[in-house]
Design a protein around this ligand. Structure first.
Ligand SMILES: Cc1cc2nc3c(=O)[nH]c(=O)nc-3n(C[C@H](O)[C@H](O)[C@H](O)COP(=O)(O)OP(=O)(O)OC[C@H]3O[C@@H](n4cnc5c(N)ncnc54)[C@H](O)[C@@H]3O)c2cc1C
Length: 337
């Protein structure tokens, strides 16, 4: 069957609701992916892989890349092992796993997006990361022009990072496999979860609590709540070496939160932003910080990518001037900040 190309407004495929026009092809299986890659090469088009659009800031003027919209939503559950097509909605996978009593991803409940994108930035929340349960990634390697199966070590995961993010555009993930623990318990490491006094083996209750906490922070995508029209956290928590930390320590208020990260020190981006005087609901042009979370930059309705980038640079500048810390964006910002 011939490939179907459609012209779309990217803002309709983005949780921030921004982005101009692009041409798109829906990738429903591996055969379609190979045909779309052939088409792109023959027509001198650059492929760009899109999942749920919850971690990308597209440009207002649209893109000339050919959007590969990952749509394989097959999921297979067997004996604690879950094999997901790249286009499966990851929160649906979590919901089913929780209902089966399979532990390992319940604290990731409510993170928007697809299974295929989950390894890209090693999604994490409330004391869990996908790296803990992921056993295999199947991908097309555009460099060697071959299918590859990568195990967890080969994915080289770290905090909000992976080989896929570092070698951007090299791998097109078509399937991921997770090993969950039937009858297992949730790790209740996160203070908000500990406060809720949960039974760690009651995965349904853990999921509901995580969803409630996330919704109260605008961190569950909801078409009717503009506070969730974001990419989640816009900046990663800065991780500093001991030398870097010592250098800025005199500029940090004594009560700053800091966490060990191997031999490094992790600071809270949200705390730094608020202490730099940028509070929840701060508006700049048509963009704003969420009224529920200072780390989320949102589109309250009329914001363009230009407005959001301007706000992001302003936040970076305020934090840099006050504390000497460079905040790094977590989402893919098309064209850079
Ligand atoms: C309200 C909200 C809350 C969020 N909370 C969290 C959170 O708690 N923790 C967290 O980690 N993230 C969070 N995020 C960010 C986001 O949900 C995750 O990064 C998610 O994994 C992105 O999935 P996606 O399918 O939307 O990817 P997209 O936004 O479509 O793509 C993101 C990147 O992955 C690449 N990509 C996508 N699919 C593939 C594939 N199959 N193969 C190769 N590359 C691919 C894209 O090219 C792009 O570079 C949040 C976002 C929102 C809007």
């Amino acid at each position: 069957m011939a490939l179907q190309l459609e012209t779309v407004a990217l803002r309709q495929f983005s949780t921030m609701g921004v982005g101009g026009l692009a041409e798109m092809v829906r990738i429903t299986d591996e055969d379609t992916l190979l045909r779309a890659l052939d088409f792109a090469e023959t027509h001198n088009r650059t492929p760009f892989v899109l999942g749920g659009g919850s971690n990308i800031l597209f440009p207002d003027e649209g893109v000339s890349d050919l959007i590969f919209y990952m749509q394989d939503q097959h999921v297979h559950y067997e004996a604690g092992q879950v094999t997901c097509g790249a286009g499966a909605v990851f929160d649906d996978v979590i919901n089913t796993a929780v209902k089966r009593g399979w532990a390992g991803i319940e604290c990731l409940s409510g993170i928007p997006g697809t299974a295929g994108a989950a390894p890209i930035q090693n999604i994490g929340a409330y004391g869990q990361e996908i790296a803990e349960t992921l056993v295999r990634v199947r991908a097309w390697d555009r460099l060697t022009q071959a299918w590859v199966d990568l195990d967890r070590d080969a994915c080289a995961f770290s905090y909000r990072d992976s080989r896929f993010k570092r070698e951007a555009n090299r791998y097109i993930i078509t399937q991921i496999q997770l090993q969950l623990t039937p009858g297992g318990s949730a790790p209740l490491r996160y203070p908000d979860l500990q406060k809720a006094d949960l039974d760690p083996s009651d995965l349904r209750a853990v999921r509901q609590t995580v969803l409630q906490i996330r919704a109260s922070k605008g961190m569950v995508y909801d078409p009717f709540d503009v506070n969730s029209h974001s990419c989640g956290s816009f900046f990663t928590n800065p991780i500093l070496t001991a030398e870097e930390y010592a250098l800025i320590l005199p500029r940090l208020p004594a009560d700053h939160p800091v966490y060990p990260a191997g031999t490094c020190f992790k600071l809270s981006a949200a705390w730094l932003i608020e202490r730099a005087g940028i509070f929840k609901g701060t508006r700049r042009g048509n963009a704003a910080t969420s009224q529920k979370h200072s780390l989320a930059l949102i589109n309250p309705g009329q914001a363009s990518a230009h407005d959001l980038k301007d706000l992001a640079r302003w936040v970076q500048e305020k934090v840099r001037t006050q504390f000497g810390v460079n905040l790094q964006p977590e989402p893919l910002v098309w064209g850079g900040l």
